[in-house]
Design a protein around this ligand. Structure first.
Ligand SMILES: [Fe+2]
Ligand SMILES: [Fe+2]
Length: 489
């Protein structure tokens, strides 16, 4: 994980507010770009890219924008398109893992290293990545299933990803040019890209820049500058706008620029290229939108966790209100709950969607996700406390939780609220290896664990909230999401 920003900017206690009701976010003057840069790392881990992929892609794309002398509004739209190009990427993770019988991160990463318009390379990719530990027969069966799906299926997968990404960008109230660039990300100059087979200048210029920049980043990071430029030249006029490739080649001797892409302090590098005059500050409404947008990304990762984050947020706020929680903190808690599982984007769907109980090795992978959440979120200086709370949502009062294994004295009230909401929501939903539980069963399990796992006062608050609001089932929505996925396979 990147460690370039210090995370020691914690919320200063507000005078007269009880310690447990202190806010989780320092709200004034947070740069929107700082938040988006930090959260772009979550998109990197979803795609199996080395961390910093989106930021390096943005640095390359913005250098091309300089050379192109793009007008300021286009530069701003491009900046966010480059950072958020993979917003829709979690929507196909479950399908990738199932089709290949492999870790979706590895499959996706490997797919970026090939020319998938070349049938021979596609077949080799399938052979190398289908059921990695399987027999030749198992591999062949998987490949046959993928081939049977045909090109229309992969076009559909990319269409869903691009449209979903564009819609989330709109939800973030980014310019329409940003959404269009995300839609056009996988279109190719020769008209053989996806999802619409747009050709030449019918593809938006910002989309063409994103397409070139992301491929150059992948090969630059894996094999160095010359390899990246070679791929750009090989695909000039096929994947990429020839004029853009020519402009890229003029950057060959800018050694300081290419060295900066290898910087350990990528967040500082990206903040330097944020278009001047278009620096956005994130107000409270904007913070809400960001949390809601990334909750959609997280919840799309697996059909089994469909709507989980949004419902944990609803329950957590309901529980906190029983304690007379101030409105400001309630808002911060909601954002924290929406983002608490962002680290799950780094866990393979082979594990998340497994039909049986996870093995010890798989469980160890699952147990890493709160730490990932914390490390992603703490890259935003103002999110230091929020990140700690999100990262502690699987801690237990008896110290047997994860990822730090801290016990009661180190678990603040607000974390206990989040934990009880998370556990309750998870039990109310189906898992591949067990049915959804009714409220009475959930209450019984939580009551047996009160004082050791969950906080008894928080449990009582949950019971009071449940009495008045009754936890609506998401089972139907969840199972229809599972059915939708299965029908596509
Ligand atoms: Fe979790
Ligand atoms: Fe969760």
């Amino acid at each position: 994980m990147p460690t370039c920003l210090s995370s020691d900017v914690f919320v200063q206690p507000a005078a007269g507010v009880p310690a447990k009701f202190q806010r989780l976010i320092v709200t004034p003057n947070i740069r929107f770009s700082e938040i988006i840069s930090a959260l772009s790392v979550a998109l990197d881990i979803t795609q199996g890219h080395p961390q910093g992929h989106c930021i390096r892609t943005a640095l390359i794309g913005m250098r091309l924008a300089d050379v192109l002398r793009l007008p300021p509004p286009d530069c701003s739209a491009l900046f966010y398109a480059l950072l958020l190009k993979d917003l829709g990427c979690s929507s196909n993770a479950a399908k990738m893992a199932y089709l290949f019988g492999a870790d979706d991160h590895l499959v996706k990463r490997a797919a970026r290293m090939i020319d998938w318009t070349n049938a021979g390379q596609c077949l080799k990719h399938c052979w190398n990545n289908c059921v990695p530990e399987g027999s030749p027969l198992e591999k062949l069966l998987k490949i046959a299933a993928i081939v049977k799906q045909g090109p229309a299926s992969s076009r559909g997968v990319i269409k869903t990803r691009c449209e979903r990404g564009a819609n989330i960008a709109r939800m973030l109230q980014l310019p329409e040019a940003t959404a269009t660039a995300i839609l056009d990300l996988d279109e190719h100059w020769n008209g053989r890209g996806n999802p619409h087979g747009l050709k030449g200048e019918r593809i938006s210029l910002l989309g063409r820049v994103c397409c070139l920049a992301q491929t150059v980043e992948v090969f630059f990071t894996a094999y160095g500058l010359e390899a990246a430029l070679d791929v750009a030249c090989q695909r000039r006029g096929e994947w990429f706008d020839p004029d853009l490739v020519d402009l890229l080649l003029t950057l060959r001797r800018e050694s300081i620029f290419w060295e900066r892409l290898l910087s350990a302090n990528l967040f500082a590098e990206i903040s330097r290229v944020e278009p001047e005059g278009a620096v956005l500050l994130a107000d409270d409404d904007c913070l809400d939108r960001v949390a809601e947008a990334f909750a959609l990304v997280v919840d799309a990762k697996s059909p089994w966790t469909y709507q989980h984050s949004t419902r944990v947020a609803e329950i957590a706020v309901g529980v906190a209100r029983q304690f007379g929680c101030p409105v400001d903190l309630e808002r911060d808690l909601r954002r924290t709950a929406l983002l608490h599982d962002i680290g799950k984007l780094g866990v393979s769907n082979l594990i998340l969607d497994k039909r049986g109980k996870p093995t010890d090795v798989e469980y160890a992978q699952i147990r890493k996700h709160p730490e990932y959440s914390q490390r992603i979120l703490e890259q935003v200086a103002a999110f230091g406390t929020l990140a700690e709370v999100a990262g502690a949502h699987h801690e237990r009062l008896d110290g047997r939780g994860y990822h730090r294994g801290v016990s009661a004295g180190e678990i603040p009230w607000v974390t206990r609220v989040l934990t009880v909401a998370d556990v309750c929501e998870a039990m109310s939903a189906a898992r591949p290896y067990r049915d959804a539980m009714p409220w009475d069963q959930i209450r019984q399990i939580l009551a047996n664990d009160a004082g050791r796992g969950v906080d008894p006062d928080c449990l009582h608050a949950l019971e009071r909230w449940q009495d008045r609001h009754e936890l609506a089932s998401r089972l139907e929505a969840q199972l229809s999401e599972v059915d939708r996925l299965l029908s596509e396979l």
